[in-house]
Design a protein around this ligand. Sequence first.
Ligand code: BES
Ligand code: MN
Ligand code: ZN
Length: 491
Amino acid sequence: MTAPASTRIIATDLDALASATGRIAVLIGSDGKLGDGARRINKLTKGALARMIEGGALEGMKSGEVKTLAWPTGLKAEAVDILCLERNAKEIEARKAGAALGKLLDKGGMTVLAAQQRRPVDLMLGLILRAYSFTARKTGEQKTFGEVTLMVSKPDEVEAEVEAARAVAEGVFFTRDLVSEPANHLTTTEFAKRIKDMESLGLKITVLEEDKLESLGMGLLLSVGFGSASPSKVAIMEWNGGAKGDAPLALVGKGVVFDTGGISLKPAAGMEDMTMDMGGAGVVAGVMRTLALRKAKANVVGLVGLVENMPSDRATRPGDVVTSMKGDTVEIINTDAEGRLVLADVMWYAQETFKPRAMVDLATLTGAIIIGLGHDNAGVFSNDDALAGAFLKAAGAEGEGAWRMPMGQSYDDQLKSQIADMKNVGGRPAGSITAAQFLQRFVQEGTPWMHLDIAGVASVKSDTDYAPKGATGWGVMALNRLVEDMSGEAK
Ligand code: BES
Ligand code: MN
Ligand code: ZN
């Protein structure tokens, strides 16, 4: 697994600055005043910072912007990065500023002078989240990130918080690695193995194999995997850090390790992107990792449906009718609308088995959500205003975009089938909503439920606030916070 850069929290040591290697980051607010550390850097560089200020080089800098003084005289460091950030900047602002430093981090490491900063931990989290590179499938020189030394005034207080922030970063990196992996490496079997490996963190892991799924009656999920040589599986991760007997929150993820579309084959152009079609399952696994690492005081169960959607002589055909674990039958109009089939059975199983207090599913479910919301916001669908509201608040606090979408009976009507209880697609209009309506048919009376369509945000083609282009890990932080908020864990 790709590990976040190592971090060291120490009390400010101005005398160590002259000989510090790698990069040194100093913070400057809009008042243009230099803190103790920056003043020492200025002195060591024979007034270089003061000259930058006098010369206007730092004028008009926006929060999170960096100006670099390269190969400064008087220092061993290779660069001084001057980061614009107010002392009392809010969480998200501090994280984004940290990410600007993370973008500059290289193998030499970085010393960050954050003594006057009110949120050094958020600065650090942004920094390590941005310093990510997926190199597992490259040979030759690997991009590595050196140690980050954070100089603060109260290292003991900051240290404990940094531990929690590292648990978050590790969850996010776990998700990004899974999403980045190509499908010949991340097969259903390999995915289940990586989940099983989290037993060492104190999670209870169960993997249901095909014969078990068959006896449970998961005809929808199994029908998706018929064409693949890789066996379909459901992996279950239980974290019981809360009160005994408290109903858990259930997180359900779509884990299509590759989506060719099946017999309703996708066009060739861009099909390689469908290695990320297990993104929902990736987020669920990442959240569970974070919860275990930070020993969350909450009961949460993660369930992922792991399948591969391939065409073959055994693959499901358009026109086939398959039966769900719930008992309802589905006419398959388009074998490319497979994610909802996987989720429907896993959601039903989750409710029957765990009687959750609430259920959240995540899936790279529809191309239509990208048309609607682009790459900045995931689509939020819910039967429960309180749950959706709590999530939108958590996502906002973490800087992860999410936008509520409508649902309703007339959308559901689009799923009517001539020969079965429903069709698996509702036509082109409102494609993301009819997909959500399909899922809602598998939500039991009284279960607060929310569906997150993450097709637009799981992996993107340009850098985001917290990640280089590629897998983002979107949702791990928001869901981790939702768990925290819902269980009343002290922050
Ligand atoms: N995995 C895709 C959705 C997707 C598209 C994810 C682009 C990420 C990027 C999903 O299984 C799919 O193929 N959906 C179809 C549904 C249609 C056949 C009703 C779609 O969106 O075109
Ligand atoms: Mn598909
Ligand atoms: Zn898919």
